[in-house]
Structures are given as structure tokens and as C-alpha cells.
Design a binder for this molecule. Structure first.
Ligand code: UDP
Length: 432
């Protein structure tokens, strides 16, 4: 007989699963990026509404406590699964069994029915969520963040295809999840068309931007603080350094821009904020490219910085360039606009939603550096449109709010719990 779960309140505790990256890491290198920001932001906001959130992540050091408070009502639970050191993502599938067993043990120490819902992030966590959801008889809500089939269709030079184990693993999670959360309508379509997801089971909940941190400020002051030249354009790239994100496109575009406009060479700067991500990646690849393109002295590389410092880079910039080959959303584009800095982005994935083409920035088809250079040159010449674009960027970013994301997720959790209850009751009546 099916277990009849509690009636009220619907969602009191959520088990979030983020196997491969901890919300305590600074995003911007390795595997820490938008997913970490997403998990932190929504967990804090759910907790402020009285929902307890436990985030299970793999322990990567013997110094990490078993559990650590991230904010009131939010705990990060370090799960021992495999060596206490960072592991490449490719090696994590071997640790999923140990990880899942440890999560099940943690729950078994609690009262029965402790968690009301599981929210897993990325396919590895979905695999854990699938088993825990069955064992605890609670719904599984899953967010993919990125999809192997989409990434593999947009590979660029130097990228490694996502392995088949991931493609199959994602399909399993799609089939098992009670609800899937997509960032955009486009991602929803991809889940349905590429993975056969039930359209009814996919909810679109856009991510947000923290406008308490990312808000406009004086460009001159930010440049002084960052020791950047006050006159002249500053072009910014922020993100994990890997071919998929296209940092090479920005370097080549800036080289083409100064070739077209030699007078810019004296004052223009390209700032690249972020660290290497993925096997074999390092910053030297990009330094060498900048030297090869003859703009080494114009490019400044900055290691990953926390949000309160990142905001200064956005404020200092004239434009942020996001030429990703694939992007499920692109939080960097939102953060930049929230600071009043227009974005020039590739028209891929969520970037087409994150940037309002021609108003809060520009969307470019493809990754031809010459095209990016032309758009930069055109926009740099038009001060009137630039001022309007800055205002529009702030307005556009204000449509995306983590509070709204948290409300959207809560509605998804409640719908999933309610559907489970209906089916529990139906099977109880059926077996009576
Ligand atoms: N980020 C950061 N410090 C850095 C570089 C990046 O905090 O030095 C954060 C950035 O603010 C953004 C996230 O990393 O929230 C990157 O998210 P995005 O969606 O742009 O890319 P992803 O990493 O998910 O591919």
C-alpha cells in the first residue's frame, strides 16, 4: 500500500543535491559557475520563507565539516564519496553510488518523511535524486543547467564532446523526474524534442540577478578602484575560461577593432575575469593568443573574484561581451545589465532572453570576431544610443529577480507534492 504522505504544510523541507560543485566555492573557475550562484540564491530565498534547505555536495577536503550553515535555514552537507579532493567531472559517475548511500543514511537519521521534495541540479545530482526520491516517496524536481546533446551540437575547436554516459544519464533523469525546471522556453523545447520530456512536466522558471549587489554605480570611480584608464573603452569578459564560452572570440574581436581603429590602442583595455575550467585548460592559452594577435599589452587577466568585487568590473566596463557557443541562460549577461553595462552576446540559448537585442545590448549570429569588432565599433561611435542602452539594460535586468525564481520553484515543488498525494490517494483507494 502506498505511503500516505503529510497533508500540511505542503513544503517544509527541501533536499537540494549539487554533487559536483559546492555552493561555498567562489564561482568563475573549474566547475563553479552559474549553478552555484543559482543554488545559493534560491536556497537563501526559500529559507527566508520558512523552508529549510539542506544542500548535499561531495566533500573535497578533510577540513570540511559534515554540515555547515550557509545562511539561516540553509545547510551545506558535505557527503563523503570518493577521495577527499577535487575530482574531474568525468570521474564522478563512479562516486555516485557512495554519494547516494550517504544521502540516504543522512535522511535515515531523521524522523520519517523529513524531506518533502528533492531538487537536483545537473544530471549527476539527478541520478542521486532518482534513487532518493523512490526511497523517500517524495517528488523529484530536476534542473539540468546544461544539456549534453545541446553542447555536443555546438562544439568549437578545443572542446571535448560530452560523453555518452551523460547523454544516457540525462535521459534517465528526464524519465524519472516528477518535474523538470527549464530556464527558458527554448530549453523547455530542447527537453521535449531532444530528450522526449513530457511537455506537461516541464516548468519554465527564469533565473534572476541580485540587484542588491549588481546595481549601477559611477564608472569613473570603478575604473579608479580597478586601476583602469579613465578615458577610453573597457571591454569585459567574465566567466569560466573554456572554449565553449568564447574568450578567444573576444580577444580576436578586440584585435580587429584596434586594427580598424588604431587610435583606440592608447586607451582601450580588454579585461578577462575568470579562471580555467575543464581538463587541460589554463590562462596561458589566452595570453598566447593575445600576444599572437598583437594586443598583449591591452589585455588584463583577473582571477575569479567574489560578487562584491565583480560588480566594480561591470561598472567600469563600456561593454560586456558574452560570445558563448552554448549557454543555458548566462547570468553574467544579466549582472552586467543590472549594473548599467550593455551586453554584446552570441544569439544562443538563454542569451537571446537575457539580452534585449538592439535595446539593452546586441545579439550576434555566429562567432566571427570581425562581426563582433564591427558591432563594437558601431556602438562606440554612437554616444546617444549608448546612453539609452545603459538605461534599458538596467530596466531589462530588473525583470529577472531571484525572489520570482524562488516563487516559481516553490509553485513547482507544491504542484509536484500535490500530484504525488493525488496518486497516493488513488492507489490507496484502488487497493482498498
Ligand atoms: N562569477 C563570479 N566571479 C567571477 C566570475 C564569475 O562570481 O570571477 C559568477 C558570475 O557572477 C555568474 C556566474 O559566475 O553569476 C557565471 O554564471 P553564468 O550563467 O554566466 O555561466 P556558467 O558558469 O553557469 O556557465
Amino acid at each position: 500500500m502506498a505511503r500516505l504522505t503529510r497533508w500540511w504544510p505542503v513544503v517544509r523541507r527541501v533536499a537540494m543535491i549539487a554533487v559536483h560543485t559546492s555552493p561555498l566555492e567562489i564561482p568563475g573557475s573549474g566547475d563553479a559557475g552559474g549553478l552555484n550562484v543559482y543554488v545559493c540564491q534560491v536556497a537563501r530565498r526559500l529559507a527566508r520563507r520558512g523552508i529549510e534547505v539542506d544542500i548535499f555536495t561531495r566533500a573535497t577536503s578533510a577540513r570540511q565539516p559534515v554540515s555547515q550553515a550557509l545562511a539561516p535555514g540553509v545547510r551545506v552537507c558535505h557527503v563523503i564519496a570518493g577521495p577527499l579532493e577535487p575530482l574531474p567531472k568525468d570521474e564522478l559517475p563512479q562516486q555516485l553510488c557512495a554519494f547516494t548511500a550517504a544521502v540516504l543514511r543522512a535522511e535515515a537519521c531523521r524522523e520519517q518523511g523529513w524531506y518533502d521534495v528533492i531538487h537536483s541540479h545537473y544530471w549527476l545530482s539527478g541520478q542521486v535524486g532518482m534513487l532518493a526520491s523512490r526511497r523517500w516517496a517524495v517528488p523529484l524536481v530536476h534542473t539540468m543547467h546544461t544539456l549534453a546533446k545541446v553542447k555536443n551540437a555546438t562544439l568549437t575547436e578545443g572542446d571535448r564532446p560530452e560523453p555518452q554516459v551523460r547523454v544516457v544519464g540525462e535521459a534517465e533523469v528526464v524519465a524519472a523526474a516528477d518535474r523538470l525546471v527549464a530556464n527558458t522556453e527554448g530549453e523547455r523545447r530542447q527537453l521535449v524534442e531532444l530528450y522526449g520530456a513530457d511537455p506537461e512536466a516541464v516548468a519554465v522558471v527564469p533565473p534572476g540577478v541580485d540587484t542588491a549587489v549588481f546595481r549601477p554605480g559611477l564608472q569613473e570611480r570603478a575604473r579608479r578602484r580597478l586601476h583602469l584608464p579613465e578615458p577610453g573603452p573597457v571591454i569585459l569578459f567574465v566567466g569560466r575560461l573554456q572554449p565553449l564560452k568564447g574568450p578567444d572570440v573576444v580577444i580576436r574581436a578586440v584585435a580587429e577593432l584596434v586594427a580598424k581603429r588604431p587610435e583606440l590602442r592608447a586607451t582601450l583595455r580588454l579585461v578577462i575575469v575568470g579562471g580555467p575550467s575543464g581538463p587541460g585548460m589554463d590562462v596561458e592559452w589566452l595570453r598566447a593568443l593575445a600576444a599572437e594577435c598583437g594586443i598583449a599589452e591591452l589585455v588584463r587577466f583577473e582571477p575569479p573574484v567574489p560578487p562584491h568585487r565583480l560588480v566594480e568590473f561591470y561598472r567600469a566596463a563600456t561593454f560586456t561581451v558574452v560570445p558563448s557557443h552554448s549557454e543555458s541562460f548566462g547570468l553574467v549577461a544579466l549582472e552586467s545589465q543590472a549594473c548599467g553595462t550593455p551586453v554584446i552576446a552570441a544569439r544562443v540559448g538563454g542569451l537571446a532572453t537575457a539580452v534585449q537585442d538592439g535595446l539593452s545590448g546586441r545579439l550576434i549570429d555566429g562567432h566571427d570576431p570581425g562581426r563582433y569588432a564591427s558591432v563594437l565599433a558601431e556602438l562606440l561611435d554612437d554616444r546617444v544610443s549608448y546612453a539609452a542602452m545603459r538605461r534599458r539594460a538596467v530596466e531589462h535586468a530588473s525583470l529577472f529577480d531571484w525572489e520570482r525564481t524562488a516563487s516559481g520553484l516553490l509553485a513547482v515543488y507544491e504542484a509536484a507534492v500535490a500530484a504525488r498525494r493525488r496518486s497516493d490517494i488513488a492507489s490507496l483507494l484502488g487497493s482498498a
